[in-house]
Design a protein around this ligand. Structure first.
Ligand SMILES: NC(=O)c1ccc[n+]([C@@H]2O[C@H](COP(=O)([O-])OP(=O)(O)OC[C@H]3O[C@@H](n4cnc5c(N)ncnc54)[C@H](OP(=O)(O)O)[C@@H]3O)[C@@H](O)[C@H]2O)c1
Length: 341
């Protein structure tokens, strides 16, 4: 039985037993556990907004939610089986109906947001969400571009600003500059008036230059931890280096922030970070929290023309398993998007 039943409360007329297409899973596993099904279309509660989904993006959170790995995700998503049966974290779409208590949105508004703290469900034709999970979409970007933003751009912003204390004039290095988070990180760091070096592989050098990096380093040809340069802030979206390497590349007083990579990249800063945070250098890692103010800040950067989402590839709703497999290879150039046709 799908967990999509919703009491009524909508200000627009709803057919109570209307159906919609959705990607559904009932047990954790590889992307093959996902199935395209017809399920009951949600009806918004009094404090909810019904969104007609136009696009969703594939995030690390979706991959973890579907696999149930790392195991710690099961503490919030269900120990034995998924609590929410329609995955999909980042959404962009149009408001179709609103509950009686909704003040900030009207039917027809274009919105986007992160649904990971309110039941997920973006891989579907419709999703009903509390209004504090969404903000108005920047008018100058498409729904596909808007769906690319919530998780990846907020990780980049929180890493650079909250933990990295980014300041104008600093030398900033982004390792993993060509991926979903990295392409936002390069642009957000530039918007703070910093000098940005992006690290990526040969095939992505032009991409990273095109989004504003002042310098690019091809990690297949040059080791940025051994070239004598040092940086005030290093953000590692694809870590894959030891903490000692990163520390060597930090200027005195510099900050290193790990946001991704393998498990070692997450646990090394947690365990060793305090011991290596000396001489004013700080070694930390980020646990991103969805934050509406941060999303609004990024929306303003997009409206000011300082940030433009980079899209690698779009998949239709029926091909969400392929989209997850593609993203899971870890070679995305920008964001992977799911479109509703
Ligand atoms: N901290 C948090 O709260 C949080 C939240 C969400 C996600 N994450 C983490 O973020 C990571 C995923 O980030 P994403 O969505 O940006 O990934 P992504 O879109 O899959 O990007 C991966 C990028 O990493 C690059 N890359 C691979 N190996 C590299 C290396 N050795 N050096 C430099 N770049 C390399 C790839 O470029 P090439 O093909 O050119 O190598 C690719 O562009 C995951 O590890 C996840 O754990 C963290």
């Amino acid at each position: 039985m799908m967990k999509t039943d919703r009491p009524s409360g909508s200000r627009t007329r709803q057919t109570k037993f209307a159906r919609m297409k959705a990607i559904v899973y009932e047990k954790y596993g590889p992307p093959e556990v996902l199935q395209l099904k017809e399920v009951e279309k949600p009806v918004p509660r009094e404090d909810e907004v019904l969104i007609k989904v136009r696009a969703a993006s594939v995030t690390f959170g979706d991959l973890a939610a579907v696999k149930g790995k790392p195991l710690m995700v099961r503490f919030t998503l269900g120990l034995r089986e998924p609590k929410y049966q329609i995955p999909g974290k980042d959404v962009a779409g149009e408001v179709e109906a609103i509950g009686a208590n909704i003040k900030q949105f009207q039917p027809g508004d274009a919105v986007f947001g992160d649904l990971s703290e309110c039941g997920w469900g973006a891989f579907a034709e419709y999703v009903s969400v509390p209004e504090n999970a969404i903000v108005h979409k920047p008018a100058k970007i498409s729904f596909e571009e808007a769906a690319a933003v919530p998780e990846s751009a907020v990780v980049a912003l929180q890493g650079l600003r909250e933990l990295g204390h980014i300041q104008p004039g600093q030398k900033v290095l982004i390792n993993g500059a060509s991926g979903g988070i990295g392409t936002f990180a390069v642009q957000i760091a530039k918007s703070f008036g910093t000098h940005v070096t992006g690290v990526c592989s040969t095939r992505n050098l032009d991409l990273v230059r095109s989004i504003g990096a002042d310098l690019v380093i091809d990690y297949t040809k040059e080791d940025f931890t051994q070239n004598g340069e040092s940086y005030d802030l290093i953000l590692a979206t694809a870590g894959y280096r030891s903490l000692f390497d990163y520390r060597r590349a930090l200027a005195p007083g510099g900050h290193y922030v790990a946001t991704g990579g393998d498990m070692a990249q997450i646990f090394q800063p947690m365990l060793l970070g305090p011991w290596l945070s000396t001489d004013g250098r700080k070694m930390t890692n980020l646990a991103m929290k969805p934050n509406r103010n941060d999303l609004t800040f990024i929306k303003e950067l997009i409206e000011a023309g300082k940030v433009k989402p980079v899209i690698d590839k779009c998949f239709p709703l029926s091909e969400v398993p392929d989209a997850l497999r593609y993203y899971g290879q870890g070679r995305s150039r920008g964001k992977v998007i799911v479109t509703m046709g």
